[in-house]
Design a protein around this ligand. Structure first.
Ligand code: ACO
Length: 429
């Protein structure tokens, strides 16, 4: 069959030719930009399920085949052979680094990991029980006040530096938010440690004694960071791009991404999974939980199941499932929630309701259990996701700023309100 080059739309007797664009991988795309002019009609696609918002060379997903590629490299290979920081370089720059390039990148990230001391005052203004995602959103937004006047986003080198600063500072800020909420003194980043280990030290080390960190913990955290680093035009990345399309400062663009990530339908799901597993409590309660999830009246969904794009399986969930067992065994954690999780997965995968709707465990189903085993408090789970996704957000922001087709994002609507009517003065209403 010859390649589809255009489609013809018949609009009230007028034939309109629409070009078809072909990506390097994936489904062809009908370009509709001319449609309103030619037909007087817009298109309607709530939730953007059928609409590409940009061209991007960063991440490819085939939801039906369960494929995830970062810059062409399969997630399974990166999970096995790479590190989070190398993946961050790859996402930002398009190619894997040479030894020298990586050493330079690591040095730069390491040497931008400190926070301005004034940040403490800002942090201490939050209520002690503020949710860390609320703090992270505020703290990242406030970075724009530290790097504003001298930031010229037209300059590629300044854009690159902003991206490095974000990747470098997010773990420091995240750990500081956690420590503030539990009343521990803030720990400075230690330059002799690599990225993920440095973060775990900032989270866990008390001033009174050195921290003995199990290397399995750092390895597991690094793997989770790799798996969460990017996922093409998801809600938070699209938010970063929408804010970025206005020419806004990169720090507030990323802060907006953090806000979008917080929702339970997106990154907040890992926290919701753990709360759900705790609520279910025991393996024998799994059956009634599955029944409740199928009952639309209950308003209850199985958290960690289903995905907008993966309608077969989530390749990240496959890798995480294995890691989950390994971490629990090596750290000697005997967590009854894992038994609940296994039973739940088994029951849902056998159930017609879930099979018909292609609802499989997603990445968040297991990540919460691993975070729990690593001693990360539940309310910090989405913050972990945000640290990793910062690599993706800044890469998309960089790509967007260089894209000659970048325009301010401005969706249309189907107006369903009142027709034109005249103002009625208050006494006559
Ligand atoms: N439990 C029970 N039923 C579900 C679930 C679930 N987790 N997810 C979807 N369904 C049902 C819906 O009720 C709907 O049924 P219907 O066709 O009878 O009306 C059908 O499956 C399709 O669901 P949609 O909401 O249309 O699917 P969509 O692609 O819009 O949503 C989403 C995807 C938001 C992830 C959804 O599956 C969900 O809410 N899952 C739970 C939350 C979650 O785990 N989110 C994490 C996503 S991954 C990430 O952000 C890293």
């Amino acid at each position: 069959m010859s390649e589809l080059t255009h489609v013809t739309l018949n609009a009230a007797g007028k034939a309109v030719d629409l070009p078809v664009l072909h990506p390097t991988l994936g489904q062809p795309c009908i370009e509709i930009a001319r449609l309103p002019k030619e037909t007087g009609c817009f298109t309607y696609d709530p939730g953007f399920g059928a609409t590409a918002s940009c061209k991007s060379a960063i991440t490819y997903i085939d939801g039906d085949a369960g494929v995830l590629l970062y810059r062409g490299y399969p997630i399974e290979q990166l999970a096995e052979h790479s590190s989070f920081l190398e993946v961050a370089y790859l996402l930002m720059n398009g190619e894997l680094p040479t030894r020298e390039q990586f050493a330079r990148f690591e040095h730069e990230v390491t040497h931008h990991s400190m926070m301005h001391e004034a940040f403490r005052t800002f942090l201490y203004g939050f209520r002690h029980d503020a949710h860390p995602m609320a703090m992270l959103t505020g703290m990242l937004g406030s970075l724009a006040s530290f790097y504003h006047n001298d930031l010229n986003i037209e300059d590629p080198e300044q854009r690159r530096l902003a991206a490095i600063r974000l990747i470098a500072k997010v773990p420091t800020i995240a750990a500081a938010c956690h420590r503030y909420s539990i009343g521990w003194p803030i720990r400075y980043p230690r330059n002799n440690l690599e990225y993920t280990t440095r973060f775990l030290h900032m989270m866990k080390e008390v001033p009174s004694e050195p921290l003995e960190l199990n290397p399995v913990a750092a390895k597991a955290m690094d793997l989770l960071f790799i798996l969460h680093a990017d996922h093409e035009q998801n809600a938070s990345t699209s938010t970063v791009r929408l804010v970025g399309s206005t020419g806004a400062n990169p720090y507030v663009s990323v802060a907006a991404g953090v806000a979008a990530l917080w929702g339970p339908a997106h990154g907040g799901a890992n926290e919701a999974v753990l709360k759900m597993l705790e609520e279910i409590g025991r393996p024998e309660n799994v059956g009634s939980a599955v029944a409740r999830a199928k009952d639309k009246e209950s308003g209850f969904r199985l958290m960690g199941f289903g995905h907008r794009v993966y309608k077969n399986f989530d390749p990240r969930a496959k890798i995480i499932r294995e890691m989950c067992h390994k971490v629990l065994a090596e750290l000697g954690v005997d967590d009854p929630l894992l038994e609940v999780a296994m039973r739940l997965e088994e029951a849902a995968l056998k159930d017609e309701y879930f099979i018909q709707r292609k609802l499989y465990p997603n990445v968040d189903f297991y990540s919460g259990i691993i975070y729990k085993a690593l001693g990360i408090p539940t309310e910090m789970f989405t913050v972990m996701f945000a640290i990793a996704r910062t690599a993706g957000w800044v890469s998309h922001w960089l790509e967007q700023q260089e894209d000659p087709e970048n325009r301010i994002g401005r969706p249309r609507q189907i107006y369903t309100g009142a027709g034109r009517r005249d103002f009625v003065p208050m006494p006559q209403r």
